[in-house]
Design a protein. Structure first.
Length: 403
């Protein structure tokens, strides 16, 4: 790791000064900055090797700061080392801003609040949340507030995002399905308030006590009092009305995500959600896992890997199915929309094999890019393959991405 304030080791060419926006992807511990053109072309600009594998990141675009959480753990491994790294980024270099900050567990999500005064880091196993104050330069200062009371953080937190119009956080808690050894852990949406070094639940939303309710990712509508929650375990999308900082106790609408829900190839999971900046369309990712590896690569098990497009009824927020677009690769963990609102990018996590009509085809990891046309539908522009080696394209995000 480089010394604080010193340039970190980079590879690749430099971004041009007229790039429309920065795009970031993480392959293992390597954080890469790309140039994304309005035509949908990606080119690698710079990269930096971090001490641990990247789990998630967020940005303060106004200060050109990136906050990246890292770990030597993973989806099925708790790990032993976990850090928050603060980076200044530009066209020519990454700078480490201060020393990495040690974290208590493997982090799964990090977010900057709307006032740019705090960072919140979510942990799923064990369930916890840490809140870190920022100084006027946007760097972490002082000790973090650590919240691990099960009555506050619930079961399996997966995401924390700001509640619009307040200092509270919305903690999305997925819960867990029942197993042969344990019963189901209920899911919930939790409005968390933090005052000084204390935290409390201002509201818990858990239809049916949270049983059969497994939210993974949430997004607020940019113009109306509507919250959309992707139910990972139920392969569904729910819409909740909001009022004065509170969330409706029951969803107003719930719609399924799968084209063929009667032929699920377990595990079949709902994933990322993106609401278009104009509020007219919503994009949700379906993900399936692999069969045992064949020829060194995982083989698609025939589940659904796709982006589901919904139009939003402007009168009541109801999502209505508009389009399903198949992804050629398997397990797109992240998706995002360009600042101009004309492109959608899905990050396919790992290479895989697909069998179709008796022929086996290799599907590389990388970025599948789509043009968003006038009615919100997606037109494929192509797939930018990324050589991940033995790692995964685990996280990706745009500099202008809010959450």
């Amino acid at each position: 790791m480089a010394e604080a304030g010193k340039s970190l080791r980079m590879t690749g060419s430099f971004c041009s000064s007229d790039r429309p926006e920065s795009f970031f992807g993480a392959i293992g511990s390597r954080l890469v900055q790309y140039q994304l053109s309005q035509a949908g072309n990606l080119s690698e600009c710079t990269s930096v090797m971090l001490p641990l594998n990247v789990q998630y990141g967020c940005f303060d675009a106004g200060r050109a700061l990136a906050y990246v959480v890292c770990s030597d753990g993973g989806v099925s491994s708790a790990g032993n080392r976990h850090q928050l790294v603060q980076l200044s980024f530009g066209r020519r270099r990454f700078l480490l801003m201060g020393e990495p900050i040690e974290l208590p567990h493997r982090p799964i999500h990090v977010v900057l609040d709307d006032n740019r005064r705090r960072l919140a880091v979510a942990y799923n196993r064990p369930a916890a949340l840490t809140v870190h104050g920022l100084n006027k330069e946007g760097l972490v200062q002082g000790s973090a507030v650590r919240i691990d009371d099960p009555g506050v953080v619930g079961h399996f937190p997966h995401q924390a995002i700001p509640m619009p119009g307040s200092d509270d956080l919305l903690l999305t808690c997925r819960g867990d399905n029942a197993t042969a050894e344990y019963g189901e852990n209920p899911g919930s949406l939790r409005v968390i308030g933090v005052e000084g070094d204390k935290a409390f639940c201002a509201q818990i939303v858990a239809p049916n006590g949270g049983f059969g309710f497994g939210p993974r990712n949430c997004a607020f509508h940019p113009k109306a009092p509507w919250l959309y929650a992707v139910l990972e375990r139920q392969n569904a999308l729910s819409m909740f009305r909001t009022l004065d900082g509170a969330i409706g106790v029951q969803p107003a609408f719930t719609v399924g995500l799968l084209d063929n829900p009667l032929a699920i190839q377990d595990p079949q999971l709902a994933g990322a959600i993106v609401v278009h900046p104009d509020g007219r369309t919503i994009y949700v990712v379906n993900r399936s896992h692999a069969k045992p590896p064949a020829h060194g690569l995982p083989m698609s098990g025939g589940g659904e890997n796709s982006i589901v497009v919904f139009s939003v009824d402007p009168s009541n927020g109801r999502p209505r199915l508009l389009q399903r677009v198949a992804l050629q690769g398997m397990h797109a963990r992240c998706a995002m929309i360009s600042q101009a609102g004309n492109l959608l990018i899905a990050a396919v996590r790992q290479p895989s094999l697909r069998r179709k009509a008796g022929k086996v085809t290799e599907c590389p990891a990388g970025f599948s890019i789509f043009r968003i046309v006038e009615n919100g539908r997606l037109d494929p522009l192509g797939h930018h393959a990324v050589n991940v080696g033995g790692d995964q394209l685990f996280w990706a995000g745009l500099e202008t991405q809010r959450w």
